[in-house]
Write a protein that binds this ligand. Structure first.
Ligand code: SF4
Length: 311
């Protein structure tokens, strides 16, 4: 019952916010059609765009890896960590890393992977899986989070959400400073420029990708788009659909490791491109459309089954 109540309240809130920022029906339909065309156009040229992306990223000093299966992706990431004799990874939010069960793989090899997105941080601490692709800990009440932090971080029990956020921030600062590797997802990868776009609200994505000496980005092969000019419409739709915000607090455009004239950023950068059945979906006309998804999560908010049992 508490799970249903939390989900219902959260889904209603997300739907109301989305409606408010997408109140002009005509604009919404135009934007959806435009984004659908961008995704279809990109997918129609997927093999060619992936090669272009690899070429442009390689020119900028990024090492690109191809993984057919989750096992291969985990092996590649573990191999990079081993090369650097690493033992601690700080992670920005990445649903693909959930898909390949990276944390579990690394834990079995004595590598500590710490989630830095607040929702992911909470579910990891609780030993659970994310319930929602955009809001991973949406099923938790603030009382449950307070108790969890009290048990694991030794913090005082409180119902003050700002205080709870502060406790997590404090605990994560040390992790950023000492992590050997930072890992992130990718929302859109631009082939013509070799740019990886990362959309986030907490700043943890930026810290995870710039503070540790090595940054590993991981994404599915379908996330590539042709041109930089494809990004504004997609970015206009994603946060509005996902969380009812016109823009996010951070929009990162990552174009490689630190250059000689730059003061910060990782010294080394990798991109892991995961297939895991996407090529097969690509080859089937009906299934190919599923690859157009921009992972906004809005359909989950409207799904009557999801809002009762979670995901
Ligand atoms: S998450 Fe759902 S609503 Fe959002 S783009 Fe994908 S299928 Fe569409």
């Amino acid at each position: 019952k508490p799970l249903r109540k939390s989900l219902r309240t959260a889904m209603d809130m997300l739907m109301t916010k989305r409606k408010a920022v997408l109140s002009d029906e005509e604009e919404l339909q135009m934007l959806r059609t435009l984004c659908e065309h961008i995704r279809q156009r990109s997918l129609a040229r997927l093999p060619e765009l992936l090669e272009q992306l690899e070429e442009n990223l390689t020119k900028r000093g990024v090492r690109v890896h191809w993984a057919e299966t989750p096992e291969q992706a985990c092996q590649i990431i573990y191999g990079i960590i081993e090369t650097h004799k690493g033992s601690l990874m700080v992670k920005g939010k990445s649903m693909v890393s959930e898909e390949i069960e990276l944390n579990h793989y690394l834990q079995e090899r004595d590598i500590r992977a710490v989630e830095s997105d607040l929702g992911e941080f909470i579910v990891q601490m609780a030993g659970e899986k994310p319930t929602h692709i955009v809001m991973p800990a949406i099923h938790k009440t603030k009382e449950q989070v307070s108790e969890l932090f009290h048990q694991h971080l030794g913090t005082e029990e409180t119902g003050d959400v700002d205080k709870l956020t502060g406790f997590a921030r404090q605990a994560l600062r040390d992790v950023y400073r000492t992590a050997d590797i930072g890992l992130s997802g990718v929302n859109f990868a631009v082939a013509e420029t070799g740019t990886l776009c990362l959309v986030e609200n907490e700043g943890n994505g930026r810290l995870s990708t710039t503070v540790p000496p090595v940054h590993i980005a991981i994404t599915g092969i379908e996330k590539v788009v042709a041109k930089l000019s494809d990004i504004p419409p997609l970015y206009s739709l994603l946060p509005r659909s996902a969380i009812g915000q016109n823009i996010t607090t951070y929009f990162n455009m990552i174009t490689g490791p630190r250059r000689s004239d730059e003061l910060d950023g990782p010294q080394e950068m990798h991109l892991v491109l995961l297939d895991n059945g996407r090529s097969q979906a690509y080859g089937e006309e009906q299934m190919r459309r599923t690859l157009q998804c921009i992972r906004c999560g809005a359909c989950m908010n409207h799904c009557p089954v999801y809002t009762r049992i979670g995901g």
